[in-house]
Design a protein around this ligand. Structure first.
Ligand code: NAP
Length: 254
């Protein structure tokens, strides 16, 4: 299937590592120009840019903290200066905290996750939508998590992801008349730095964990990047205001 992304420009937040980096590489491979946002991992982000350019693609770096509205406005302005358009926004930047019992975290932990996982998403949507509305075209893909559906232990991360899901659905209905699709995707556990310390660094633990997943594996970032590419294309033009689980059948409920 040709996704026909040549000539499109994508801004991917948190694209220095993990799922965001894989999405940037995959979108570039499909022909899109990609704006690589990062917060602190400049050298990793630079490697993503070099890899894309090495394959004949177009990519540039844009440093910004998505939780800061002024930095996001400046970043979107700089991307528009360089690419003249933003067709695709992938709201991927995210942080996690500990998971535990309700007496093990406080409002400040929730606020920390909300600042990036929800306000960061909102800041980026608000910054790109005037441009997308004026062109009556846009694809917004929000990377959430299957943990948005509430899991076994309480967690500030899960609470923020549930809020991000609500944000997706509400924004989608508002932007649909402007031919802007807004979709979220909810990965299960993926092989990224987010899970390195607690899971990936322990081969036995990882094997036992994967054995409990119906497909017998956790996601590779590329699995999720493939879905992002499809949703970034007009092949997915009838999909909006919904969430797509990509978990290998993994369920984390009690
Ligand atoms: P990761 O490997 O930990 O990478 C996180 C990325 O987000 C990095 O590029 C980081 O930038 C960026 N970032 C963090 N805070 C930021 C901020 N304030 N402004 C801009 N960028 C920021 O994460 P990942 O596992 O690829 O996760 C990507 C997304 O998928 C997240 O939203 C996460 O919640 C979601 N997700 C992950 C999993 C999983 O199992 N890994 C499962 C479900 C959903 P720097 O490195 O430059 O600081």
């Amino acid at each position: 299937m040709d996704l026909e992304l040549t000539g499109k420009a994508a801004l991917i937040t948190g694209a220095s590592r993990g799922i965001g980096a894989a999405a940037a590489l995959a979108l570039a491979q499909e022909g899109a120009s990609v704006a690589i946002n990062y917060l602190t991992s400049e050298s990793e982000a630079q490697k993503v840019v070099e890899s894309i350019r090495g394959n004949g693609g177009r990519a540039s770096l844009f440093q910004a903290d998505v939780s800061k509205a002024d930095q996001v406005q400046a970043m979107v302005g700089a991307v528009l200066d360089e690419y003249k358009q933003i067709d695709i926004l992938v709201n991927n930047a995210g942080i996690t905290t500990h998971t535990g019992r309700i007496d093990g975290f406080g409002a400040e932990d929730i606020e920390k996750c909300m600042a990036v996982n929800v306000s960061g998403m909102l800041n980026c949507i608000q910054a790109v939508t005037p441009h997308m509305k004026s062109r009556r075209y846009g694809k917004i893909i929000n990377v959430i998590s299957f943990r948005a559906y509430a899991t076994r232990y309480s967690s500030p991360y899960d609470i923020s992801k549930a809020a991000a899901l609500a944000l997706t659905i509400e924004v989608a209905s508002e932007l649909a008349p402007f031919n802007i699709n807004v979709v979220s995707i909810s990965p299960g556990t993926a092989a990224t730095d987010m899970n390195r310390e607690k899971l990936l660094s322990d081969a036995k633990k990882l094997r036992e964990f994967e054995a409990k997943i119906p497909l017998g594996r956790i996601a590779q970032p590329e699995d999720i990047a493939n879905l992002i590419c499809f949703l970034s294309s007009d092949r997915a033009k009838h999909i909006t205001g919904t969430d797509i689980l990509i978990t290998g059948g993994e369920i984390f409920r009690w």
